[in-house]
Design a binder for this molecule. Structure first.
Ligand SMILES: [Zn+2]
Length: 292
């Protein structure tokens, strides 16, 4: 009996340890900026409004035992999500106009911005190295606020739609090397792992030992991006930098992509269980300095 109880406890420990996940790349919306309601080409359904999006995102976090999730969007949407669930870590996603610098600093002091990002400058024709970001980066370095930076491309036809100044080439991680040199204590993670520039992302990881990446979109959007993810992870394995690769979904308006992304990581045979756990959980815990 005692033996059976111990076995059961051991099993529960293994299961609970295995299930822990941190997602460093989710997005929040209000009804004003929500653009969902359309099924993704992969067949993933989209909630019809922002409220349903929030509810489904939370339900999936429960289902997959996601312990924390960095969520970014407008400050209004982020506040709404954080209020609904304390597991959300608030990130400020910039738009063409940035928040006034005093407001930015004040929101950091109030704990309302804990991550600067997704920094989406590429959509407006600029990189993180653009002088517009300099005062923000200085503050982030000073307060220990991590910067989450969009790298790689974007959805099809982007320059003809929202963002005439968008260029794929601006998403090359090499373009922000100066930022890492100028702000040596700044914590940065490259969102989407460089995407088409995944080799550059891994090379940056091997040069800058405090740099991290996340895998948002590479895990679920389409087979080309899945291929980047596989090649990135294999290269990072060779470069011994898997300890700085973090799980992120970038669910946008398709919350169920969280499940697809977790399944994709778990399906990769060339990763050991230990490596999967590092990617799904431990690396983010270290990077975000989360309490034990
Ligand atoms: Zn994103």
């Amino acid at each position: 009996m005692k033996k059976h109880t111990l076995t059961l406890i051991a099993l529960l420990v293994v299961l609970s340890v295995k299930a822990q996940i941190i997602d460093v790349h989710l997005h929040s919306y209000t009804d004003t900026d929500y653009w969902g309601g359309r099924t993704h080409p992969t067949g993933i359904d989209s909630p019809k409004n922002a409220e349903e999006h929030l509810a489904r995102t939370i339900a999936l976090m429960d289902k997959h035992q996601i312990e924390y999730a960095v969520v970014s969007g407008s400050m209004e949407s982020v506040e709404k999500y954080v209020l609904a669930d304390a597991r959300f870590i608030p990130g400020y996603m910039d738009s063409e106009e940035l928040l006034p610098i005093d407001t930015f600093e004040q929101l950091i002091k109030e704990g309302k911005i804990k991550v600067f990002g997704e920094v989406a400058g590429v959509y407006f024709g600029r990189t993180l190295n653009d002088p517009i970001y300099a005062p923000y980066l200085k503050i982030c370095e000073q307060y220990g606020i991590p910067v989450a930076y969009h790298t790689g491309g974007g959805p099809p036809m982007t320059p003809y739609g929202c963002c005439p100044n968008f260029r794929i080439a601006l998403g090359d991680p090499y373009l922000i090397e100066d930022v890492l040199v100028t702000y040596p204590k700044l914590q940065v993670y490259l969102m989407h792992g460089g995407e088409v520039y995944f080799e550059h992302a891994v090379r940056m990881l091997s040069m800058y030992r405090h740099l991290y990446v996340d895998l948002g979109v590479l895990l679920w959007v389409d087979p080309m991006l899945n291929d980047y993810a596989v090649r990135l992870l294999k290269l990072a394995q060779k470069a011994k930098t898997l300890d700085r690769i973090m799980f992120g979904t970038d669910q946008m308006v398709w919350p169920e992509s969280i499940s697809t992304s977790i399944e994709f990581i778990n399906s990769l045979d060339f990763l050991s269980e230990k490596e999967k756990r590092m990617i799904l959980y431990e690396n983010a815990r270290t990077f975000l300095k989360l309490p034990k």
